[in-house]
Design a protein around this ligand. Structure first.
Ligand SMILES: Nc1ncnc2c1ncn2[C@@H]1O[C@H](COP(=O)(O)OP(=O)(O)O)[C@@H](O)[C@H]1O
Ligand SMILES: [Mg+2]
Length: 363
């Protein structure tokens, strides 16, 4: 399962480019500012209809044009070729095309093209707000628990309505009809999240033993409220405070996925390089869990492979990646960093001023 062909038009500094991809490693090598991150970002955009960079309107469109196009041909688990594409216009409109049919939803694109991104800012998964870790868990549920997407969407809408209502009502009783449904949804979300975190543990520890053998990391899922009490009783108890604040203090909207070494949060112990390896372990474990438990498989996007990593860490990561048997896009500045190891089953592309050229094989 991989993208076998990719065409970009007017995406950032890439005016036009069509490349045939390897099903294993695809290396994109070039100096700073050449367009490597742009290429990785374009694949991400094809899968999610948005960038992983701060959302500045229309910056993804080449600054001399009014729209961009990204097309890909994806080969699925039944070996069927599936053309997918997205077009974004200057006025913000996005048109998704799947199998030649326009007007499809971005979530359908995401279903076809599961992606795992690792880039220099990925340590936000460990250093940033809990929303990044919730997004991590929910990525897994999106692909493994079909009901989750709707239930979570409904929960988020209800919380929004509840927060608006908090300002208007004078006693908790008025919220009970809302909370009845909220509690049912919260319990489902919490059960699924807890089960998911448990189900990836084995894979995660296995990959951590390759990437960070020197430490023993423990993970803890936090549901978003104190599980010694019923969610309903917490909602009731918090009413006065929530009314003053104007938002709901506890629930799946506050869930987290914490990690510790000897009881101390990892971000207080690990170096930046080690944190990056830990993020890689989480992302690879999640991708491999998907591969093991479904007919789906994800594509890995690794931007700036070598950043923050010393030689030893780079070796560990490349050893790990060489065992996962998936399509991987890797950008790097120096070819010597890793690509020589994979020449046989991968392709190497040179990137220069937004032009991407496949390197011909030496026979
Ligand atoms: N909308 C755009 N139109 C044209 N060029 C762009 C646009 N957005 C970014 N760029 C150019 O892309 C280059 C950065 O590309 P990038 O992929 O981040 O480089 P790197 O190879 O270092 O990862 C910069 O030269 C920047 O000017
Ligand atoms: Mg870059």
């Amino acid at each position: 399962m991989s993208l076998i062909r990719l065409s970009l038009h007017q995406f950032r500094n890439i005016r036009t480019c069509t490349i045939q991809l390897a099903t294993g490693f695809n290396f994109f090598i070039g100096p700073n500012g050449s367009g490597k991150t742009n290429l990785i970002e374009a694949v991400y955009f094809l899968g999610l209809g948005r960038s992983f960079k701060p959302d500045l309107i229309n910056q993804v469109i080449h600054n001399e044009y009014n729209e961009l196009f990204i097309h890909g041909v994806y080969v699925n688990s039944s070996k069927l070729e599936l053309p997918i594409g997205i077009n974004k216009k200057h006025n913000g409109t996005k048109i998704v095309k799947i199998k030649g049919k326009s007007g499809q939803k971005i979530s359908q694109l995401a279903k076809i093209l599961p992606l795992q991104l690792i880039h220099p800012e990925s340590v936000e998964l460990l250093l940033g707000a809990p929303k990044f870790r919730r997004a991590f868990i929910d990525w897994g549920l999106f692909y493994t628990k079909p009901e989750f997407y709707n239930v979570w969407g409904r929960f988020k809408r209800l919380i929004k309505q509840r927060n608006a209502l908090l300002k208007k009502v004078s006693n908790y009783q008025s919220l009970i009809p809302w909370d009845r449904e909220l509690i049912i949804l919260a319990e489902s979300i919490n059960t699924w999240r807890g089960q998911y975190v448990k189900s990836i543990q084995f894979m995660l520890q296995d990959i951590l033993s390759i990437l960070l053998p020197e430490v023993n990391i423990e993970f803890e899922y936090y549901s978003g409220w104190n599980k010694d009490f019923l969610y309903q009783s917490i909602l009731e108890k918090n009413f006065v405070r929530e009314k003053t604040l104007g938002y709901t203090l506890c629930g799946p909207n506050k869930a987290d996925f914490k990690s510790y070494i000897d009881g101390v949060p990892v971000d207080r112990i690990l170096s930046r390089g080690q944190l990056k390896l830990m993020v890689c372990a989480l992302r690879v474990a999640q991708g491999q869990h998907l591969k093991k438990t479904t007919t789906n498989q994800c594509i890995y996007l690794i931007d700036d492979f070598a950043s923050e990593l010393d030689n030893n860490s780079q070796n560990r990561l490349s050893n790990c990646l060489s065992t996962i048997d998936s399509q991987i896009f890797i950008s790097l500045i120096n070819e010597r960093d890793i690509s020589k190891r994979y020449n046989k089953n991968g392709k190497v592309f040179h990137v220069k001023h937004g032009v991407i050229t496949e390197r011909k094989r030496k026979n």
